[in-house]
Design a protein around this ligand. Structure first.
Ligand code: ADE
Length: 221
């Protein structure tokens, strides 16, 4: 799967995209991440990308030209939908992440997503009207920009890309999955059996598979 991420802070993606599971998946070409600096597309002096809002009000708004050109460039590289991260968007869910992992226009293409990160008070509405397919929010709170939200989408979606997760872990039986009826998973325990006077539930130590299954089922919330 290919991700093209548009931002004015490309450095923010360096550490997350070069560690752990994401690093491994990139090395194995399971996912492909391309970060684009919106500022480089600005035709104004010093790469200006913002201006005061029409109608007045606090803060700045991202101007349409650099964003529009950056999105058009990304669209030549990635045939997936253009997603703008915004607190006004639809809330990201387990199901939505699963669906996005299959984003492609036809069966011959590999899945892809173009993630647009805004800053300041937001982006000019005309960019949304012209070239955004979907607005997505990661929660009912406001972040200082879309970068963290884009990383959350990248992570949540990548987990559903075939081979991203190892054989021993799985997205089949986890919190919010269909297999668990959309419920949250049971609690986990590991060694030692006694820690700070708290014991691992006896049934889990018993090795009785049917009873463990029943206990876990009862612990779903
Ligand atoms: N940008 C700012 N706040 C956001 C949120 N809650 N979700 C997605 N993008 C955002």
């Amino acid at each position: 799967m290919r991700f093209d991420i548009l931002t004015i802070f490309p450095g923010m993606f360096d550490s997350y995209c070069n560690e752990s599971m994401v690093k491994r998946a990139r090395a194995k070409k399971i996912i492909d991440i391309h970060i684009h600096d919106i500022r480089k597309f600005s035709t104004e002096r010093h790469g200006k990308v913002d201006a005061i809002p029409y109608g007045g009000g606090p803060g700045m708004v991202m101007t349409p030209q650099p964003l529009y050109d950056a999105i058009m460039h990304a669209k030549t590289l990635n045939k997936g939908p253009v997603i703008y991260l915004s607190p006004r968007g639809k809330l990201l869910t387990h199901k939505k992440a699963q669906k996005l992992a299959q984003s492609k226009k036809n069966s011959k293409q590999k899945p892809g997503l173009i993630l647009v990160c805004g800053r300041y008070e937001g982006i000019d509405q005309r960019v949304i009207d012209l070239c955004v397919d979907e607005e997505l929010s990661i929660g009912k709170y406001v972040l200082t920009g879309g970068e963290l939200a884009a990383l959350v989408v990248l992570d949540a979606v990548s987990r559903f890309v075939p081979d991203f997760i190892g054989k021993h872990e799985s997205t089949v039986e986890e919190s919010y999955s269909e297999a668990l009826g959309g419920k949250k998973e049971y609690p986990h325990y590991t060694r030692p059996a006694l820690f700070m006077n708290l014991e691992v539930p006896e049934v889990l130590q018993s090795g009785h598979h049917a009873k463990i299954k029943e206990w876990r089922k009862n612990k779903l919330t």
